[in-house]
Design a protein around this ligand. Structure first.
Ligand SMILES: NC(=O)c1ccc[n+]([C@@H]2O[C@H](COP(=O)([O-])OP(=O)(O)OC[C@H]3O[C@@H](n4cnc5c(N)ncnc54)[C@H](O)[C@@H]3O)[C@@H](O)[C@H]2O)c1
Length: 277
């Protein structure tokens, strides 16, 4: 979608980190914004930042895992702006580090409910309206490098599984919507400054064990090496304009992808030899 100016974006998980960076980059491009987050105050703060960039911006409290909440969000967005051209899904959580054999059902269900099913529900809430309005539109779902590679660091297996699922869902959606003229991209960021690792469990619902009050570990040396959310937002704008399937933020991570791909090809070759093909 080349033209952004004057069009409307809904940024879910827009109150912090990557969602905030995307919202501000879109404001810079002249888009109208609906900033949605489970935390209304942070959504309002980002809407205020966008207004300072002369964007029209509305803040809405919305839970990406709750269809009723998303219906209200969609009704507010369409009520205010009449159309939605870009849906940017960034709500995501990460559990504290832990080996897969030690993970509880609550850990699994909470992470999958936000990182996969939350994205599915956001799309379900908006896609029928986007199709009905007609014309160009784009959906961008945020996965992770953990959606296309498996880290050698142990302890993020649940997150990795949820992000691989998000990539599979998003690329399938891309194929299904190509003929309707709706672009779809999956954002696979490397490390970007945000509140994810430190505090995402603050919003864990009671159904899945309740909020964790203690912030997770922060590593100031690592933080200093991370990309800013604002820079990430600018990369996302480029990816949307070019309708890239994958929006990659850290090109240096290609070596990890190639290494994994070599293993896949080697296993194909082993079986090809075994079948004497
Ligand atoms: N920061 C990174 O290094 C990094 C790397 C790869 C992928 N990601 C992904 O980027 C996305 C954004 O994360 P971030 O790093 O900016 O973290 P963040 O915690 O700073 O931002 C996430 C936002 O989503 C909101 N949120 C959480 N659950 C929600 C829900 N159910 N409904 C609505 N909003 C909800 C939070 O309140 C928060 O404002 C996540 O999907 C994350 O997995 C982040």
């Amino acid at each position: 979608m080349e033209q952004l100016s004057g069009r409307t974006a809904v940024v879910i998980g827009g109150g912090s980190g990557i969602g905030r960076g995307i919202a501000l980059a879109l404001a810079e491009e002249g888009m109208n914004l609906v900033i949605a987050d489970i935390e209304r105050d942070t959504a309002e703060a980002v809407a205020e930042e966008a207004r300072k960039q002369n964007a029209r911006a509305l803040a809405v409290a919305a839970d990406a895992t709750k269809p009723d909440s998303l219906e209200r969000l969609a009704a507010e967005a369409y009520g205010e702006f009449g159309a939605v051209h870009l849906l940017s899904n960034n709500a995501g959580v990460v559990p504290t580090l832990g080996l897969l054999e030690d993970r509880s059902d609550d850990d699994w269900l909470w992470v999958m409910s936000v990182n996969l099913h939350g994205i599915v529900r956001c799309v379900q809430a908006f896609l029928p309206r986007i199709k009905a309005q007609g014309g160009e539109a784009h959906i961008q779902n945020t996965a992770s490098m953990a959606g296309i590679t498996v880290s050698s660091v142990h302890g993020i297996g649940v997150y990795t599984a949820s992000k691989h699922a998000c990539v599979g869902y998003t690329l399938s959606l891309r194929k299904e919507l190509a003929d309707a003229g709706i672009g779809v991209s999956v954002l696979c960021p490397g490390m970007v400054v945000s509140n994810l690792a430190a505090t995402s469990a603050r919003n864990r619902p009671e159904d899945f064990g309740g909020p964790l009050r203690e912030p997770g570990p922060t590593n100031s040396k690592l933080l200093a090496q991370m990309m800013s959310a604002e820079e990430c937002g600018k990369i996302v704008v480029r990816g949307i304009r070019e309708n890239r399937a994958y929006i990659i933020t850290h090109p240096s991570t290609l070596t990890q992808v190639e290494e994994q791909h070599r293993e896949l090809v080697a296993d194909y070759e082993s079986e090809r030899r075994a079948q004497k093909l």
